[in-house]
Design a protein around this ligand. Structure first.
Ligand SMILES: [Fe+2]
Length: 427
């Protein structure tokens, strides 16, 4: 018989501090298959609270193009699952079964301040490859076994068609209340794509697990395709990259991997980079970027490209900047019609207009706000090109109207108000 030695005192302690733990969403997992015979001896596994959630994390959508998408979620239960989806504008509902993969998590990632953790155990990752979709069409979906676990996504638009996307980064969602930012930018804005600039979750804050994070991230996970870049906080715990990051987000786009990849939408090409690896023009990643940017520019219907990453190439805040890499990449950006670069890591907001490119620092997703003006005080020359900045939580919505002309940015601030607006001339 399985005993739960840790759960009673843990829950009592959390009740005393009114901390919302012991819920199914962040509960640890006890394997439900292949249980060994009970020998009466206590094992570490015996001490784990039981997760029985049908949907323990998610759902979310990634790897989307004009006709296909992947819907993913995590379950604590073995067995099959599926979704029902239909066009958002109305139409016949379709059911699809998920592919289920069991994943053994070996790490026990404690978060002492909330006396909770992401626990080891066996998890069941569901993925529904949705195919034969209509181009440029939005769909709603729900998980059949738990219909409240529902979301939406849109397929890629035809070249030249209007669409919206959003950026956010450094989403330490359990630390700071960014609910108004998330509501305005994602729940109301419903961007087709969310570019996440990395530092997705922060064990280091002492109050956040992936279980907690997934509960609060629903606005951007369920509004459209979720496209994360890799940040430095994706490596806080042993095997975090393998057992969490790759398990949740692996291959979120095309023509690359979990570190670098691209997607295309309405004639605009988006490129994710991993700034924990070298990115200058001579690096493997830089060469990949140059090759794929040129390839995209040669595609029928190409308009312009967007590059996003974690650590800034240019910033006047306290997160550092990489002038050397920027100077090697800038000619490649210019030659291949990169009009927008989205960065994160610096907890605040910045917008530069420099070298014919708009550079956004979109790092206000909840991590404790930093010194946005550190390099201004030191006289960094690039700061002369900074047109807007702020020490506030934020996300940015981008509208790409049909046809040539402009890209319109609207940055949502702490109270859900508009903090910055800008227009970028684009083909
Ligand atoms: Fe970072």
């Amino acid at each position: 018989m399985r005993r739960l030695l840790a759960l009673p005192w843990l829950c009592l302690a959390l009740l005393a501090t009114a901390a919302p733990a012991c819920s199914s969403g962040d509960s640890p997992v006890t394997p439900t298959d292949s249980e060994p015979a009970d020998t009466g001896a206590e094992t570490e596994e015996d001490t784990l609270p039981v997760c029985d959630a049908v949907v323990s994390k998610g759902p979310w959508v990634q790897t989307v193009d004009g006709t296909t998408a992947k819907v993913r979620w995590e379950s604590c239960r073995a067995g099959g699952g599926g979704i029902t989806f239909q066009p958002e504008a109305g139409g016949a509902a379709v059911k699809l079964a998920s592919n289920v993969r069991s994943a053994k998590v070996t790490t026990w990632n404690d978060v002492p301040l909330i006396r909770s953790a992401d626990y080891p155990g066996t998890f069941f990752m569901h993925e529904v490859p949705v195919t034969a979709l209509a181009e440029g069409t939005c769909y709603t979906y729900s998980i059949d076994a738990e219909p409240t676990a529902a979301g939406r996504f849109c397929t890629a638009k035809k070249a030249g068609t209007a669409f919206t996307f959003a950026s956010i980064g450094d989403t330490n969602l359990a630390v700071s209340d960014v609910s108004k930012v998330l509501t305005e930018a994602f729940t109301k804005g419903k961007p087709d794509l969310t570019l996440h600039g990395g530092d997705i979750q922060y064990y280091s804050s002492g109050v956040e697990t992936y279980g907690k994070w997934f509960e609060k991230a629903a606005p951007f996970l369920r509004s459209g395709a979720f496209l994360p870049a890799i940040g430095n906080h994706e490596f806080e715990k042993p095997l975090e990259r393998e057992e969490y990051i790759d398990r949740f987000w692996n291959n979120p786009g095309f023509d690359g991997d979990g570190d670098r990849y691209r997607v295309s939408w309405g004639g605009v090409w988006f490129f994710a980079l991993n700034t924990e690896q070298p990115i200058d023009a001579t690096s493997a990643q830089g060469k990949w970027l140059a090759e794929k940017l040129a390839d995209a520019k040669a595609k029928p219907g190409f308009r312009f490209s967007v590059v996003w990453m974690h650590r800034p190439l240019v910033s006047c805040g306290d997160g550092g900047h990489n002038d050397a890499a920027r100077k090697t990449l800038q000619p490649i950006f210019t030659a291949n019609d990169v009009k927008l670069v989205v960065q994160a890591h610096m907890h605040g907001y910045e917008r530069f207009e420099m070298d014919g490119i708009t550079w956004i620092t979109s790092g206000g997703g909840g991590g404790l706000l930093g010194d946005v003006d550190k390099e201004v005080k030191k006289g960094l020359p690039e700061c002369a090109f900074r047109k807007a900045s702020g020490k506030w939580f934020n996300a940015t919505l981008y509208a790409v109207p049909a046809g040539a002309g402009k890209l319109i940015g609207t940055t949502i601030g702490t109270t859900g108000d508009v903090r910055d607006t800008f227009e970028i001339a684009v083909p």
